[in-house]
Structure formats: structure tokens, C-alpha cells
Design a protein around this ligand. Structure first.
Ligand code: A3P
Length: 324
């Protein structure tokens, strides 16, 4: 539905007609608004977020590349923030055991503002955690209009070749098909040109990278691979950034380990709710979980494809201090 244009206002239609356009690998139109590619309905939702979303103090926004570790980050932040309420409380079932992380941390433009210009945001536990794939400059258009201080943003990204491969599998599962090699190559070509929803991904990464350098207190830049490599350190870093560092007693009591175990791919993907359930927006919950391996791109991209892509990204990131 997000690829279509049935939610687009007359005003946005007018805007769209003035924007650069291109087609995705399936032939759907994408439009470039301020450096980022969108389908019409997604652009409408993004504009609505900018016009109407006003975060409150203490709200937290999780930003990510699509397939960059969103589900993991959502579960970790939820578990860290609400640890007092749920982790050690035998009276309650931890919400992560009965609900998909995407239902606990809703997307602004994919869920909340996709169906309404003024969604009810009070039904989620406080502090509210939202998520987005928007570039930071686009997100800040909304948050800077808020009367409270800019809310904290946690960003996670991932090696772009693994992100691509993960996205390929996700698309196949979502459409319940096995797309052919020709489609794989078409998608890869679009990816190299940056013409994908929320692309170019390197621009999205750069926006958060620069934001994190300029405003350390409010923007945290994380990497999927770092969480895989040094999970304890990264979760503690996350908690510190969110102003709820683990106490000595918590650390000694194994609180960080418990959170990591709860949020692990193995644990979450084996839960009934994630095996057979559907999320609030009607997506099979199991499509968010696959291998979680670093370097899986090697099983799918030829060395030539990898080189072509690396050269492009290297060129775009040059001088930024961000490397992959
Ligand atoms: P793979 O397809 O490489 O396995 P997103 O959450 O942004 O949609 O990204 C999905 C990717 O994150 C998938 O990668 C998925 O397997 C992985 N993933 C999902 N939940 C995870 C978790 N709890 N821990 C680690 N990786 C996870």
C-alpha cells in the first residue's frame, strides 16, 4: 500500500509533479524530495509527520536503515528503558514475549502517520519510543518545532551489502515469492544508484553520522556489527546515552545479559507471537527474523558486484570520517 498514491492530498500531488522521479525495480514510481526517494504515500506520511508530530520531552526516536537492525534496536531499547517494570517482575509477562518489537515501538511514517494525520499517541507506555527510516534532517524538521528540547535519537546502521541482501530476502518473504536472478540484478542496480525507498542509504547514514558528531548528547550512532561483536559494551553505551545507565548492582546481577538474551535473534524468532503472528499493520512477524549474520553478502554478490558497490560508497563517504 505504501507504494501507491491513494493517501496523497491535492497539495502533495502538486508537489510530487514538480519532483525528480524514477522507477523502482518493479516499476513503481519513486520521487526525490530533499535528497531522499519516496513512494507517494510514504512522502505524504513524512510530510504529515513534519507538520503534526510534536515529540514530548523524554520521548525517544529510533532511526535505522531498512534492514539495518531496526527490530533488534527496538527490542533492546524497549527492554533497557522498561527494565525496572518488567525484567525482574514475576507478576508480569514481558511485553517482548507476547508482542512483536514493531508493535511496541511503532514507526512514525510507516504506521502512525500512514493512516491518520493526527494519530492517538497516548496508548504506548511512557516514555514513548517511536521509530523512523527518515534522514535526520527530515526528522529534525518535525522535532525542532516541539516546545521541549530535541528528543534523543538512536540510530543503527549496518554494512550496506548485508543490508541489501537482507532486503532482498525480506522482499521475497513479504511478497511470498522467489524472485528471479534478473530481478535481483535490477534491484542491485537501483541500490547502486541510490534509487530505493529512503535511499540513497549512504546519505541516510551520513545525516546521522554528522548529527552524532554535532550533537553527541542527542544523537547516538550505532552499528549492527558492533552490537554483534561487543554486545555488553554496546548495550551499556545505549543505556548511558538514554540517561538510565546500569547500576553496579544491576551489572552484578546480570541485568545486561538478561536483556541481551531476551532480545536475541534466537529467542525472539522462536516465540509463538513472532513465528505465527502478524504485526498491527498486517505483516507476518516472522519476516523480520532471518540469519543475523555479518558478511552474508558474500553468499549472494559476485566480487565484481561488491567492488562496484564499495567504490560508490567509498566515494560518497569520502572526507566524512565514516568508514565501512
Ligand atoms: P538478515 O536478513 O541478515 O538475517 P530490520 O530489523 O531492520 O528489518 O533488519 C532485519 C535484519 O536484522 C535481518 O537480518 C534479521 O535477521 C536481523 N535481526 C532481526 N532481529 C534480530 C535480533 N533480535 N538480533 C539480531 N539480528 C536481528
Amino acid at each position: 500500500n505504501y507504494m501507491k498514491d491513494d493517501n496523497v492530498s491535492q497539495e502533495t500531488k502538486k508537489l510530487i509533479s514538480s519532483l525528480p522521479s524514477d522507477k523502482d525495480f518493479m516499476g513503481y514510481n519513486l520521487y526525490n524530495y530533499k535528497g531522499c526517494w519516496y513512494y507517494p504515500n510514504t512522502l505524504q506520511a513524512v510530510l504529515d509527520v513534519q507538520d503534526h508530530f510534536r515529540p514530548r520531552e523524554n520521548d525517544i526516536i529510533l532511526a535505522s536503515l531498512p534492514k539495518g537492525g531496526t527490530t533488534w534496536l527496538k527490542s533492546l531499547v524497549f527492554a533497557v528503558l522498561h527494565r525496572e517494570k518488567y525484567l525482574e517482575n514475576p507478576q508480569t509477562t514481558h511485553p517482548l514475549l507476547s508482542q512483536n518489537p514493531h508493535d511496541l515501538v511503532p514507526f512514525l511514517e510507516i504506521e502512525l502517520y500512514a493512516s491518520s494525520q493526527t494519530p492517538d499517541l497516548t496508548k504506548f507506555p511512557s516514555p514513548m519510543i517511536f521509530s523512523t527510516h527518515m534522514h535526520l534532517n527530515t526528522l529534525r524538521e518535525a522535532t525542532k518545532k516541539s516546545s521541549s528540547s530535541p528528543c534523543k535519537v538512536v540510530y543503527v546502521c549496518r554494512g550496506l551489502k548485508d543490508t541489501f541482501v537482507s532486503g532482498w530476502h525480506y522482499k521475497n518473504k513479504l511478497h511470498r515469492t522467489e524472485m528471479d536472478q534478473a530481478s535481483f540484478e535490477l534491484l542491485f542496480d537501483s541500490y547502486c544508484r541510490g534509487v530505493t525507498l529512503y535511499g540513497p542509504y549512504w546519505e541516510q547514514m551520513l545525516s546521522y553520522w554528522k548529527g552524532s558528531l554535532e550533537d553527541k548528547e542527542n544523537v547516538l550512532f550505532m552499528r549492527y556489527e558492533e552490537i554483534v561483536e561487543e554486545p555488553l559494551i554496546q548495550v551499556k553505551r545505549l543505556a548511558g546515552f538514554l540517561n538510565c545507565p546500569f547500576t553496579k548492582e544491576e551489572e552484578e546481577g546480570g541485568s545486561v545479559e538478561k536483556i541481551l538474551k531476551l532480545c536475541s535473534l534466537r529467542n525472539l524468532s522462536n516465540l509463538e507471537t513472532n513465528k505465527n503472528g502478524t504485526t498491527r499493520i498486517g505483516i507476518d512477524s516472522n519476516v523480520f527474523f532471518r540469519k543475523g549474520e555479518v558478511g552474508d553478502w558474500k553468499n549472494h554478490l559476485t566480487p565484481q558486484m561488491a567492488k562496484r558497490f564499495d567504490d560508490i560508497v567509498e566515494g560518497r563517504l569520502q572526507g566524512s570520517g565514516l568508514t565501512f
